[in-house]
Design a binder for this molecule. Sequence first.
Ligand code: SF4
Length: 218
Amino acid sequence: MTREERYREILKRFIESENPAETELHYQNDYQLLVAVILSAQCTDKRVNTITPALFKAFPTPESMAVSTPAAIYEYIKSCTYPNNKSKNLVGMAKKLLTDFGGEVPTDIDSLLTIPGVGRKTANVMLAVAFNKPAMPVDTHVFRVANRIGLTSKSKTPLETERELVRHIPPELLSKTHHWLILHGRYVCGARKPHCEICRLRPWCRTYEKKIKRVISS
Ligand code: SF4
């Protein structure tokens, strides 16, 4: 099977699945989404969703967060991963929004990358989810699943995976495919144990193809 055929068949199955191509984080505006995405680094969306209601109530705007302190933020986010760093980044992020961007979340990747706590993945999530721009945020699920299926070949870093996926996926499907790969990684193709027995992508999956070849030749 050629790479192009694999992409075509996998995208077709994702589209047919009608799985909701949207984030599982809860938010009501760009600022809240940015806070939630910063908190979600190395943490589950479920955990972040338990933290953010009280946090958003206490700090409803970038202004309120900017005049706060990391110690005050820490009290609200201590149950998530890396609370010390994330508290500092949230205050830094809010200050940056006020000083450089008029209190708004910027809509281009270069500006987003200047904000404390915002790396390439977070910036791409903002582009894709908040601003509906063609972007491919690569998290651990996207990186693993794209490689297992065979959508990527020699990608060793998230940036290489991002570039390879962007080269092959039509711009209008990039953001949706990002969500589909995440959902597939969360609920079917898990890190520890991929559930190939229930996976609808089996006929086009490189890893499954190799598995079958091994069984046949043993
Ligand atoms: S067939 Fe298995 S390895 Fe391939 S995508 Fe499905 S669950 Fe993952």
